[in-house]
Design a protein around this ligand. Sequence first.
Ligand code: NAD
Length: 369
Amino acid sequence: MSATTFTIAALAGDGIGPEVMREALKVLRAAEARFGLHLTITEAPVGWAGIDAAGDALPATTLELCRKSDAILFGSVGLPDRDPTIPKEKRPERAALLRLRKEFSLFANLRPVRLPKELSHACPLRPERQGGGLDLLVVRELTGGLYFGQPKKTEDIPGGQRSVDTMVYTSAEVERIAHVAFRTARLRRKKVTSIDKANVLENGILWREVVTRVGREYPEVTLEHMFVDNAAMQLVLKPTQFDVVLCENLFGDILSDEAAALGGSLGMLPSASLGNTTGDRTFGLYEPAGGTAPDIAGKDLANPIAQILSAGLLLRHSLRHDDAALAIEAAVQRVIGQGLRTGDIFNPAEPAARRVGTREMGDAIAAAV
Ligand code: NAD
């Protein structure tokens, strides 16, 4: 029997963070009751809230809480207009989020993109390309490749300058991200499309070899390989062909944003950043794809669905309660089906649509769970 007792660190952060976190916790509590879980959820400050409370975007007590937890549910951090005198490395985006990623070696970034057919109007693609609703997942390697490889420098040379970035992957790094993709595909439509540039890059050749080898351990999952340039095109031509899209860091950065645009609104997109797995537990940080949205903060306008679905991913990947994650996803789908819409997904031309605020959307989803 799987475990039912867990501890979660809830770090709401800035801007709309506290509002959408409040709704996500409501929904988590509903899932806890329905599935007989015992969740100890502790809230702690991060971002500007951390600077205000303890002079640090990631206060020591908050970090300690994260270390003692099974997973982190994260809101978002950063307020562009606050105190420009604080140096970059102390500002929340770096001092909190990047530090947490590093501290917990969060090497796998998962970004599911779902476009319910009811929100067809919010997608930039023509309806016939949406195939009655999109559902794909980008799995991006987050700690290797061109962003971190050494040497990385700019130097003066006769007549100008010369910059070097180094794309480097070990087979072990490719293996562990490939396992994440195949394991996740097993819970979905059982297809992995692995992205590389094996026709040009040494890294691409290694990537393809290792992914193929790991794929043999998952015979029930279909594996296909695609060059990244073609993948960029296929995502807008025929996105319905994809289930799990597996990418190295740079390609994943670009393709996950391209895929995100298909989801209609940032307010609908959750994400997971996973660390290592020990036994049956995987540590992870779960957060909406969007930021703090200062333009709508404190007005009951934010869409809480990205944060709520992030809580669903936490249940699936860190707590291994796929049943509870599915229940949250089904509840979101039901409420969308009933026509409830926050401003970002509201279309006055939809006859059954009813515009609601952050709180009412959260209440409805919690009730549906
Ligand atoms: P943003 O994602 O906060 O907002 C972009 C647009 O999307 C805005 O119009 C906003 O209203 C809308 N939006 C975002 N989330 C929404 C939601 N849940 N419901 C409805 N609409 C939503 O991006 P930005 O304005 O470029 O950045 C604002 C701040 O957030 C910056 O300080 C930035 O650094 C920070 N940021 C943090 C994270 C993070 O914590 N992971 C991610 C991105 C940006």
